[in-house]
Design a protein around this ligand. Structure first.
Ligand SMILES: NC(=[NH2+])NCCC[C@H](N)C(=O)O
Ligand SMILES: [Mn+2]
Ligand SMILES: [Mn+2]
Length: 316
């Protein structure tokens, strides 16, 4: 039975118009564009009862990005990242304890600090599937860019926690290394690679997708986070830059050699089929980075299609 963790098909679309985890502006418009594209109506069409929560409403995080004092060591904007992710955390918790599936639409990937902390509070044995060109497991100590969207996984695991900015010390360390699996990696920093190796984190890069095919990779990913078949729930955190920039050009840190659009959507479809999805994030759609209208539409359409596929468009 699809979506076995839900009493009925209910979702809370949580808007996370936040760009403070990186330096390019425009990614805060992702939620607006996805909604304007008709995401809510499309999910209704699939049979979902939809609610909307806007936890960052009335906040002026974009203006606060100009505050040059909001730095900690080499981390940029820890104050606003701390505040925004906490609000998102509360919203995801509320949605998930109300038996709705939180669909959080970003915004940059730093927001996953809040979404994963929220979903794992209800489902501590959940597994996290991180679809991304990047590992996002830098710590405030290892980050080269200083951008916190490159660090959410480390905060959720509590890596290098003695170096955390005060505003991010609230983050519960909910994630164990054997409960995350990556799909789509192709741009991993040297220190990130060390973490993956030392912690034994299972990661399927583009190499593995070429070698085994996407279906086999997903089977192996599912097995990695739930080796004893204990019906572990799944949180899917989907950075659209996992998909090749020829299909998803309007994103902040594009990397060539990514998933085809079909491979990217198949991940969603296959996870819908498991019936175990309990939370979903779609992040890093940045309409401002489209060179033309087609780039913007392709990117937003892909973001919406990922959500629909993961929520049963093809297999419900
Ligand atoms: N969510 C993302 N797009 N992250 C990109 C991170 C890139 C790089 N590894 C960094 O830490 O800055
Ligand atoms: Mn990425
Ligand atoms: Mn990411």
């Amino acid at each position: 039975m699809p979506f076995s963790f839900l009493e009925s098909l209910k979702t809370t679309i949580i808007t996370a118009p936040f760009s403070g985890g990186q330096s390019k502006s425009g990614v805060e418009d992702g939620p607006k564009y996805l909604l304007r594209f008709g995401l809510q109506a499309q999910l209704k069409e699939l049979g979902w009862e939809t609610f909307i929560d806007e936890p960052l409403k009335g906040k002026n995080f974009e203006d606060l990005k100009d505050d040059s004092t909001d730095v900690f060591e080499n981390c940029k904007h820890p104050k606003i990242v701390g505040e925004a992710t906490k609000l998102i955390y509360e919203s995801v918790k509320l949605a998930i304890f109300n038996n709705t599936l939180p669909l959080t639409i970003g915004g940059d990937h730093s927001i996953a600090i809040g979404t994963v902390a929220g979903s794992f509070t209800k489902y501590p044995n959940a597994g996290l599937i991180w679809v991304d060109a990047h590992a996002d497991i830098n710590t405030p100590k290892t980050t080269i860019s200083g951008n916190l969207h490159g660090c959410p996984v480390s905060f959720l695991m509590g890596l290098d926690s003695e170096f955390y900015p005060p505003e991010l010390q609230w983050v519960p360390k909910v994630l164990k290394p054997n409960k995350i699996v990556y799909i789509g990696l192709r741009d991993v920093d040297p220190m990130e690679r060390k973490f993956l190796q030392n912690l034994g984190i299972v990661a399927f890069s583009m190499y593995h997708i070429d070698k085994f095919g996407i279906n086999k990779v997903i089977e192996m990913a599912l097995e990695a986070i739930d080796p004893n078949n204990e019906n572990c729930p799944i949180h899917l955190s989907y950075d659209v830059d996992a998909i090749d920039p020829q299909f998803v050009p309007a994103t902040g840190t594009p990397v060539h050699g990514g998933l085809t659009l079909r491979e990217g959507l198949f991940i969603g479809e296959r996870l819908a089929e498991t019936g175990k999805l309990i939370a979903l994030d779609i992040v890093e759609c940045n309409p401002s980075l489209g060179v033309n209208e087609v780039h913007i539409i392709d990117t937003i359409a892909a973001g919406a299609a990922i959500a629909r596929c993961a929520m049963g468009e093809t297999v419900l």
